[in-house]
Write a protein that binds this ligand. Structure first.
Ligand code: SF4
Length: 282
């Protein structure tokens, strides 16, 4: 039986499919839960602190206020299911906060937030391009001194090695394409702020990069359609397996793919039952 198509593609889904088709299937089609990840939650925390910082007036965006934003973000996110699943004790939470504080301190080494004019924070963008629904969240959209659009994406991990350069460039061009289609304007630049290094990587989108990402997204979507129709997503063992949370389902690691099928079917049945309940109530 063909597998259901995903509803949309995002920069992370495009690179996930390219990295390993089977991991893409587990996460995007079977919707298997992934084990909680401390680095991922640290990233969520720092993003939330920076979001709070940029909601303040420019002159208030200082390092000491950013530390307060981090503490407030921690209070807000403590009940978050991922934080609960991490099950940190007091020392663990203190360690998480101090690592997040280092990333925030590094942020101030990359730019001065008092001189930035944001026009959108954590902006959810969605558009259909050639029959494919594209989705992305832009951490910060701002206007530069010439009134041009600038996209900023915070990265809490380290900058990628050359091997993963293509994924980074696809992400940059993807954001540019979303802006162009939604606002009718191509951003003057897209900057990726790698807070762990710290390092700012700045790209200037061009006609060529935009057309390139359109072709790439189209090719990935066609490959996903084919793989769903033939129920054929292949494992691609490599360095990323070290961090993959799906080994119990992956045949390359002796896992059982039938467990993923069972999870998807059960989830689908539960959702249909919920929808039916809702229809009766209305
Ligand atoms: S363990 Fe490796 S090969 Fe298997 S699904 Fe995960 S990334 Fe792919």
């Amino acid at each position: 039986m063909p597998l259901p198509l995903p509803a949309s593609l995002s920069p992370s889904k495009v690179s996930s499919f390219t990295d390993c088709g089977l991991a893409f299937r587990f996460s995007t089609i079977d919707l298997l839960p992934e084990p909680p990840s401390l680095p991922a939650f640290r990233g969520t925390l720092v993003h939330a602190a920076l979001e709070r910082l940029f909601c303040l007036e420019p002159a208030q965006r200082t390092a000491s206020v950013a530390a307060r934003c981090l503490a407030e973000a921690m209070v807000e996110l403590r009940p978050h299911s991922e934080m609960v699943a991490l099950d940190l004790d007091a020392d663990g939470e203190a360690g998480l906060l101090s690592e997040a504080q280092i990333l925030l301190d590094n942020y101030f080494r990359l730019e001065d937030p008092t001189g930035i004019t944001p026009i959108g924070i954590e902006l959810k963008l969605e558009v259909e391009v050639d029959g494919v629904r594209l989705r992305g969240i832009i951490d910060r959209l701002e206007l530069d001194d010439d009134g041009e659009l600038v996209v900023t994406d915070y990265k809490s991990g380290r900058a990628p090695s050359e091997q993963y350069e293509q994924a980074r460039l696809t992400g940059v061009a993807f954001y540019s394409l979303l802006c162009e289609r939604i606002f009718g304007r191509r951003p003057a630049k897209v900057q990726l702020l790698y807070l762990a290094d710290p390092l700012a990587i700045i790209s200037v989108p061009t006609d060529r990069s935009t057309r390139g990402v359109e072709r790439r997204v189209g090719a990935v979507w066609s490959a996903v359609e084919r793989a769903c129709a033939q129920e054929d997503f292949r494992p691609k063992p490599g360095r990323l397996c070290e961090w993959c949370g799906f080994k119990a389902y992956c045949p390359a690691f002796g896992g059982d793919i039938a467990l993923a099928d069972a999870h998807r079917v059960e989830l689908q049945a539960r959702r249909e039952a919920e929808r039916a309940d809702l229809a009766v109530t209305v």
